[in-house]
Design a protein around this ligand. Structure first.
Ligand code: TMP
Ligand code: MG
Length: 220
C-alpha cells in the first residue's frame, strides 16, 4: 500500500463549487482506499464542530455577521487548528482526504469584492499549512450546475456569487498553486467521475513513491 511504498500517507484535497459532487466523491474515495487496505481519514473544511467552526457555521447560516477580514481569518484558523493532527496522521501512514481547503478559502473571500482583499492577501494566512499532494478540482459548467437544481439556503449559495467563484477558481488554477490541480469533469456520471479520480490518485501515489517526496508546505 501507499504508506509502505512512500513512508507516509497522502494529502488529497477535493475542491469545486457548491453542488459539484465533492461530498459524494470524497466518501467514495475513502471507501475505495479503505477496501484496498489503506488507512484513511476524512476531513472537511469548514470543520463546524470546533468553537471556531461554530462561529463559521452561524455566519454561513446567516445567524451572525462578521467583518470580511475577520471571517476570512476564522476560516484559516479553522484549518490551522487541525494542521498538526493532519501532519501527524500523514506521518503515521494515514491518507488524509480533505473536502475543501485553502483554495476555497481564497476564492470565496475574494469573490466578495472587498477592495482590500485580493487572492494574494487571502492566501497569506494559509501559507505554511500542509501542502496537498493533489487537489482534485471537480469542474462543473454553470449550465450543468443549474440543472442540478437550486442552491441551498446558506450564504454564498447564489448564482451571481457562484459565477464569481467559478472565475476565481479558474484564476487560481493558473497561478501559484497550478501544479496542485487536476481538473476532473464533474458533469459525467458519478461512476465515471469516481473512475477518473481513482486513476489520478493512483498516478500521483506512484509518482510520489518513486520520488519519495516528503509532505510539503503551502509556499509563500
Ligand atoms: P461547505 O458547503 O463545503 O460546508 O462549505 C460552506 C461554505 O463555506 C461554502 O460556500 C464555501 C465556503 N468556504 C469559505 O468561504 N471559506 C473557506 O475557507 C471554506 C473552507 C469554505
Ligand atoms: Mg455547502
Amino acid at each position: 500500500n501507499t504508506a509502505d511504498k512512500l513512508g507516509r500517507g497522502l494529502l488529497i484535497v477535493f475542491e469545486g463549487l457548491d453542488r459539484a459532487g465533492k461530498s459524494t466523491q470524497c466518501a467514495r474515495l475513502v471507501n475505495d482506499l479503505e477496501k484496498r487496505g489503506e488507512k484513511v481519514k476524512h476531513v472537511r473544511f469548514p470543520d463546524r464542530t470546533t468553537p471556531i467552526g461554530k462561529m463559521i457555521d452561524n455566519y454561513l447560516r446567516g445567524e451572525s455577521q462578521q467583518e470580511d477580514h475577520v471571517i476570512h481569518l476564522l476560516f484559516s484558523a479553522n484549518r490551522w487548528e487541525l494542521a498538526a493532527t493532519i501532519k501527524a496522521e500523514i506521518a503515521a501512514g494515514t491518507t488524509v482526504i480533505v473536502d475543501r481547503y485553502y483554495y476555497s478559502g481564497c476564492v470565496y473571500s475574494t469573490a466578495k469584492g472587498n477592495p482590500d482583499m485580493d487572492l494574494a492577501w487571502c492566501r497569506h494566512p494559509d501559507e505554511g499549512l500542509p501542502r496537498p499532494d493533489i487537489c482534485l478540482f471537480l469542474d462543473l459548467s454553470a449550465a450543468e450546475a443549474a440543472k442540478r437544481g437550486g442552491w441551498g439556503e446558506e450564504r454564498y449559495e447564489k448564482k451571481e456569487f457562484q459565477d464569481r467563484v467559478r472565475k476565481l477558481f479558474g484564476t487560481m488554477r493558473e497561478s501559484a498553486d497550478k501544479d496542485d490541480f487536476v481538473v476532473i469533469d464533474a458533469g459525467k456520471s458519478e461512476e465515471e467521475v469516481a473512475d477518473s479520480i481513482k486513476s489520478e490518485v493512483e498516478k500521483v501515489a506512484a509518482s510520489l513513491a518513486a520520488s519519495k517526496k516528503p509532505l510539503g508546505r503551502v509556499q509563500p
